[in-house]
Design a protein around this ligand. Structure first.
Ligand code: NAD
Length: 421
């Protein structure tokens, strides 16, 4: 049997046993394991080279989601998140997807968009065509800005020009499409857009202000789909309940916001663990969800002809493996090593798979027992810790509060006093 991330009772292992399982799975070295356990993995010195005005670092737990089978390949997926139950839910849902072969993914290629804003153009529609006529020259100049990227098979892929109406008059917006390979690409495309500004001013006769990447990366989308066998659910109606939950989110922005937040629980946790830009991916996700003018859900859940549950997710995914914190944060580097990904698109597809699984877990719970029970059990542990519990007392106090249905700070303090005698 080949390696698998489907280890029964993985969550019951000790931290050392889990580390051992992941070490064997991903071929980590002893030094890697030591780094994962090192409280000072991100040194102050490295931190102060990453951002400005450093005074410390804040630690966030990192776990691995188990059971992910994506395109026939096994993955343990590192997730960095402060919210309880996210990693457990992803692992649970990933197991459900294995009933019909796991999750299958694809992508549109790693093409980012840079925007160049020209204003005060007297003939915006004619200017648009003048820009498009010089496409080869424009793309050629942009490519000279990043010979490394071009050598790696990336570089410019296309040019679009839009005339938009604004309250201060029409603007001519040039979109440069750039294949940024394994980079997230913000710096890469911004540099190109800046270099093109004088040429765009000459062609349009206007004035260029902004030259910057768009996070609505709709030429860099990733897709994930799965089917869950009807028998995987306790009752056949669960499939119908999930389809209803999906339809609700598709039709209602109030519901869609929370539905998508659930997807982003998984997405942002992997984005963060791999040192990528959570705000970039979040901006892309939500703007894509509203691309047709009304905010809607990023996933669709349908009932198949034979009563199984089919789910799909499509979203922009501006993540990279070079540049940014992915290249500087030692734990982010290990997260990438655990995933075993070699390209940015493979990373992006895995993130989509996690988003889909995370959503499945949420809609399943919502369509059945409701979130509160499971959430409360985990929340109770936090409340117990905040009240001063440690060691065995954390679970004792938490369990007592859940049993009494009184998960509150004042009750935690009382229980703690009782248990301590
Ligand atoms: P980067 O500039 O550090 O690296 C990209 C460059 O690395 C490429 O231009 C290329 O020359 C080189 N390279 C080497 N190997 C490569 C490979 N295999 N594939 C592709 N390029 C390779 O990084 P970046 O991705 O351009 O910028 C990412 C950073 O920009 C992130 O930290 C992000 O937070 C930040 N940022 C984001 C925004 C935004 O989202 N709106 C805006 C500005 C900056």
């Amino acid at each position: 049997m080949g390696k698998t991330s489907n280890i029964s009772g993985f969550f019951k292992l000790t931290i050392d046993e889990r580390l051992e399982a992941v070490r064997n799975f991903a071929g980590l070295s002893e030094a890697d394991v030591a780094m994962l356990k090192n409280a000072d993995a991100l040194s102050l010195d490295t931190a102060s080279r990453m951002v400005e005005n450093v005074i410390g670092r804040i630690q966030i737990p990192m776990g691995v989601a188990a059971n992910f089978l994506i395109n026939g390949k096994e993955y343990f997926v590192p997730m960095a998140v402060e919210e309880p139950s996210v990693i457990a839910a992803a692992s649970h849902a990933a197991k459900l997807t294995r009933t019909r072969g796991g999750i299958f993914t694809s992508n549109s290629g790693p093409v980012m968009i840079a925007q160049i804003q020209a204003v005060n153009v007297v003939d915006p529609y004619a200017a648009r065509l003048r820009i498009l006529e010089r496409k080869d020259e424009i793309l050629g100049l942009a490519d000279t800005m990043d010979p490394i990227l071009v050598k790696l098979g990336g570089g410019t892929r296309g040019l679009e020009v839009r005339v938009i109406d604004t309250r201060v008059g029409p603007m001519v917006i040039t979109h440069l499409h750039v294949d940024t390979r394994d980079a997230m690409g913000a710096n890469a495309v911004n540099t190109m857009a800046e270099a093109l500004a004088p040429m765009i001013e000459t062609i349009t006769g206007g004035r260029v202000y902004l030259r910057i990447l768009s996070n609505l990366a709709d030429h860099r989308v990733v897709r994930a789909r799965t089917v869950v066998a009807q028998e995987a659910f306790d009752a056949a109606e669960v499939v119908d309940g999930i389809v209803m939950a999906s339809a609700f989110a598709e039709a209602d922005p109030y519901r869609a916001a929370t539905h998508n937040k659930g997807i982003m629980n998984g997405v942002s946790a992997v984005v963060l663990a791999t040192g990528n830009d959570t705000r970039a991916v979040e901006a892309g996700a939500h703007s894509y969800a509203a691309r047709n003018g009304v905010y809607t859900s990023l996933t669709r859940w349908e009932k198949t002809a034979n009563g199984d549950l089919a789910g799909t997710l499509e979203m922009p995914m501006g993540v990279g493996l070079v540049g940014g914190a992915t290249a500087t944060h030692p734990i982010a580097k290990l997260a990438v090593k655990i995933l075993g990904v070699k390209t940015a698109v493979e990373l992006g597809e895995i993130i989509a798979a996690v988003g889909l699984a995370q959503n499945l877990a949420a809609v399943k719970v919502l369509a059945t027992e409701g979130v509160q029970r499971g959430h409360m059990a985990l929340h109770a542990r936090n409340v117990a810790v905040n009240a001063g519990a440690s060691g065995d007392l954390i679970d004792k106090v938490a369990e007592a509060m859940v049993r009494e249905r009184k998960v509150r700070a004042d009750r935690a303090v009382e229980l703690l006093a009782e248990f301590r005698g």
